[in-house]
Design a protein around this ligand. Sequence first.
Ligand code: DGL
Length: 273
Amino acid sequence: MDKYKAVAVLDSGVGGLTVAKEIIRQLPFEHIVYFGDTAHMPYGPRPAGQVRSFVYRIMDFLLTQQIKIIIVACNAATAAGLEYYRERVTLPLLGVIEPGVRAALGQTRNRKVGVIGTSGTIESGAYQRVFQRLAPDVALFSRACPLFVLVVENELVHNPEVYRVAEEYLQPLKKAGVDTLILGCTHYPLLAEVIGAVMGPEVKLISSAEETAQEARRILEEKELLQPREISPVHRFYVSGPARNFSQMAVKLLEKEVRAFQVVLDEETPLLV
Ligand code: DGL
């Protein structure tokens, strides 16, 4: 029965764990299969076509894993073409950009919203398009912060230099007077302390994780796919690069025992190593 299958979550690395954490909080009985494409991280600077080809391979692997929904918990991968991924699966599939925009619309008072993300996400104009559709009156100010993903993946969050880098990136958004800032990369909530300190307490920081998990819940409910039993779910973690670093970071972030497995995805066959 499909209800008993897992929720699949994918990202280039640990960023999607911010979404997985919310899924665990909001849907505590759901099994989860997580894939972090650490061998190809970062996605942000890569061309959209290349990011899509990585996502296709991950999806092929995930589809061998008894799953019922796919969450593309990565803005860069979402921006590279959610509609292409949807064409390839019959399962429900959602990204993180629209949920982030909806969360921001619920918060902004002055209708000046900032969005920060990887170069791929910002240059794609994906956020502009969603704002244009949902709230054309909002003034959107965007800024790429390409170093942030590497800061998170290399556990440099507490390095004093990071504050300086953040100031440099965020200055134009402060100047523009945004009252709401979308963290348009799932890695960025892990830097929320620094970003919040630079932006000041009056600016609301939006992580799409909460709204994305809510939307996943809505979809599962509507399709009658929610796990019906109060079980202790199984959470499985796969990465395409070495598993140890990922496992260590996941343990800290999720505050639970995590053992990740490395999977090498070639064109044809997923291979567990
Ligand atoms: N976490 C991803 C995102 O939300 C991408 C990070 C990257 O690999 O550049 O955009």
